[in-house]
Design a protein around this ligand. Structure first.
Ligand SMILES: C[S@@+](CC[C@H](N)C(=O)[O-])C[C@H]1O[C@@H](n2cnc3c(N)ncnc32)[C@H](O)[C@@H]1O
Ligand code: SF4
Ligand code: SF4
Ligand code: SF4
Length: 362
């Protein structure tokens, strides 16, 4: 078999597995959006942090009750908890909730802009048993500060990463870079910087057309940018560097398994669920919160009830509903694509990355 045939063979098996998973969901990753408060104001923020005014956010007791409930109902194999925001470290009860999660035996990780990770905060994260972290670095020093609306953000984030590295407790420290049409040319100089830091991986993704990023169409990724990004990641991986793309989008036979260690499979609502800062239950926090996306609220119903009885909008082959996807040769491997670019009201895919990669000129 040639490499394409091997890939196809694997993806056919995975498609069969996915169809079974739609009927028999297993919770593996549970995201907690602790707060929508933020200490940066990124141009691209999918959650529009800084423009929204958080009210009625969950208390420490409410999060602890969720943890007790999940332990009781999903105790056979506890899901990993992933804490995010907004900036999760701004949540005033962070330590109380995460030390509680640790005591209950949950493995957990977080995403952070890291500007608050002083030596003391790194010690606190160690005490609470944090296993993994993704820290955002979106460009070279001046670019990062400009894109994130905070002078000094880059230096503080880099110091935060070093404070974590020094304590040697995290299983995996990742830096995530979100590139855009203007910053894609910074990939090579950024790569040199990443090689000098003792991190476990560098994840590079293109900005997604979500939230505040939609206000700046000129900065969104063009098809050529998307292809440049894929070729960049593939070439660095060939040099054995731990550079990776994220979980988004079916990429076609040329790039699947070349830019990340797994084949595309959007698990939102199938093995991934999220609870927002006000207790809404949804699949993945990157999905815009339109009415049909919210499956219930844990202040009204238990999480297990919602997980077991709702989520029908996520547990089927979405390609059935979109006329372009329906006739697509890759539909079995893609199944309508990523949920975060799926229009749940119109039942249409807003971004087919495979199509973009196929139309790129570079
Ligand atoms: C919403 S933030 C929350 C955690 C933290 N405040 C941070 O910035 O890392 C989580 C990740 O989503 C990324 N993100 C936000 N908006 C995005 C968009 N429109 N496209 C791609 N990634 C985005 C951020 O850059 C960050 O890496
Ligand atoms: S991407 Fe993160 S740091 Fe930036 S505004 Fe959004 S939540 Fe805040
Ligand atoms: S919705 Fe998007 S970000 Fe969320 S799991 Fe699916 S592909 Fe990944
Ligand atoms: S047309 Fe639809 S099913 Fe085909 S690759 Fe694009 S998003 Fe996926």
């Amino acid at each position: 078999m040639n490499v394409y045939e091997v890939k196809k063979d694997y993806m056919e098996k995975q498609a069969a597995y996915r169809r079974k998973a739609f009927k028999k969901q297993k919770l593996r990753q549970l995201f907690f959006e602790f707060t929508l408060n933020c200490n940066e104001h990124c141009w691209h923020c999918g959650s529009r942090c800084g423009d929204v005014h958080p009210v009625n956010e969950m208390t420490a007791d409410e999060w602890k009750a969720v943890l007790d409930h999940v332990k009781e109902n999903f105790g056979e194999k506890l899901p990993q908890i992933n804490v995010t925001g907004g900036e999760p470290l701004l949540y005033p009860h962070f330590e109380e909730v995460m030390s509680y999660a640790h005591a209950l035996g949950f493995k957990w990780g977080m995403t952070s802009n890291a500007i608050l990770i002083t030596k003391d905060v790194a010690e606190m994260l160690k005490r609470c048993g944090m296993g993994t972290i993704s820290v955002s670095i979106d460009g070279l020093r001046d670019t990062h500060d400009r894109l994130r609306g905070l002078t000094g953000a880059y230096d503080r984030a880099m110091a935060g990463i070093q404070n974590l590295i020094d304590l040697k407790f995290a299983r995996h420290i990742m830096i995530t870079t979100v590139v855009n049409h203007e910053t894609i040319q910074e990939l090579e100089p950024l790569y040199k910087i990443m090689c000098d830091i003792d991190i476990d991986s560098w994840r590079v993704i293109g900005v997604e057309p979500l939230g505040r990023a939609l206000q700046y169409p000129e900065k969104l990724m063009t098809p050529d940018d998307q292809k440049t990004l894929m070729d960049f990641i593939r070439s660095k991986r060939a040099e054995d560097m731990p550079v990776t793309y994220g979980c988004s989008h079916y990429l076609g036979l040329d790039y699947e398994m070349e830019v990340r260690d797994w084949y595309f499979f959007c698990m939102a609502g199938v093995s991934i669920a999220s609870i927002t800062s006000t207790g809404d239950v949804t699949a993945c926090l990157d999905i815009a919160r339109t009415p049909s996306v919210i499956q219930g609220n844990i202040r009204e119903r238990s999480f297990a009830d919602i997980w077991n009885n709702e989520f029908k909008a996520f547990r089927y082959d979405k390609a059935e509903d979109d006329t372009t996807c329906k006739d697509c040769k890759s539909r079995e491997f893609c199944m309508g694509g990523s949920c975060h670019t799926w229009d749940f009201e119109e039942k249409k895919q807003r971004l087919c990355l495979l199509n973009e990669l196929n139309t790129a000129m570079v």
